[in-house]
Design a binder for this molecule. Structure first.
Ligand code: SAM
Length: 228
């Protein structure tokens, strides 16, 4: 396969290593440099697939400093692949800034399709998929309440990412603003051994998680406001 673009956005598994795509492996092997959120973690992933590659770290804390130098290298013909710790770069992960700067500088980009946590959670929820909104992580402080208030009238299915230690707080605030009877679906540890999805009203999901250990990674999907 000829490697035409300069920057490849390469999704990596969100748990099950079997979810890597053939094209992801091929691109990771062939590029000149892999940009990784965490070179140690991604080094293990590449090693698992027998790939030995030059790697550089590219994360939220150094992306602003690094972007100009990377663009210059791509202008000179270097091919790069961007990966994050898990899933699709740019989806609640670094990526946006580099993509925007590549576009500004006429550097061709290709984004490979592949794993991302919100799609399986959304599809498993059983809620309408005609229209949905990806909310990612709610802001921790500033803007959190106004975001929740705006969502109150939203008729689209909503998707949130959440960490285990904020799960109950977020579920309680969703119940407060959207109503305790609003239906939701919480998917945990997608593609992993302990994968589990609970679909019920927010009130019951809160009760469940108040009685069970909150462990792992979570996607919350909430049904949109029903129109009568
Ligand atoms: N780039 C990733 C993607 O494409 O989904 C998301 C990265 S974000 C930093 C991490 C969040 O994604 C977690 O806090 C969780 O909300 C969600 N997530 C990632 N892997 C997951 C999994 N296996 N099961 C459930 N949620 C997951």
């Amino acid at each position: 396969m000829p490697l035409t673009p300069s920057l490849f956005i390469v999704p990596t598994p969100i748990g099950n290593l079997g979810d890597i795509t053939l094209r992801a492996l091929e691109v990771l092997k062939k590029v000149d440099l892999v940009l990784a959120e965490d070179t140690r973690k991604s080094g293990l992933l590449l090693k698992h697939f027998g790939i030995s590659q030059s790697m550089q770290s590219f994360h939220n804390f150094n992306e602003h400093r690094k972007v100009a130098q990377l663009i210059e290298k791509m202008h000179k013909g270097e091919k790069m692949a961007l990966i994050s710790d898990a899933g699709t770069p740019g989806i609640s992960d670094p990526g946006f800034l580099l993509v925007r700067e590549c576009l500004k500088n006429d550097i061709p980009i290709e984004c490979l399709p592949g794993p991302t946590a919100f799609i399986p959670a959304l599809v498993k929820s059983g809620f309408s998929l005609d229209r949905f909104v990806f909310e990612g992580f709610l802001p921790h402080k500033k803007g959190r309440l106004s975001r929740l208030q705006k969502l109150n009238q939203d008729e689209r299915t909503m998707v949130f990412y959440e960490s285990p230690h904020r799960l109950i707080k977020t579920l309680k605030q969703l119940a407060e603003h959207l109503g305790p009877e609003r239906r939701a679906s919480v998917s945990r540890e997608l593609t992993k051994i302990h994968e589990q999805t609970i679909t019920s009203c927010l009130k019951d999901i809160i009760t469940y998680y108040s009685e069970h250990k909150v462990r792992g990674e979570f996607v919350i999907v909430v049904e949109g406001k029903k129109t009568k």
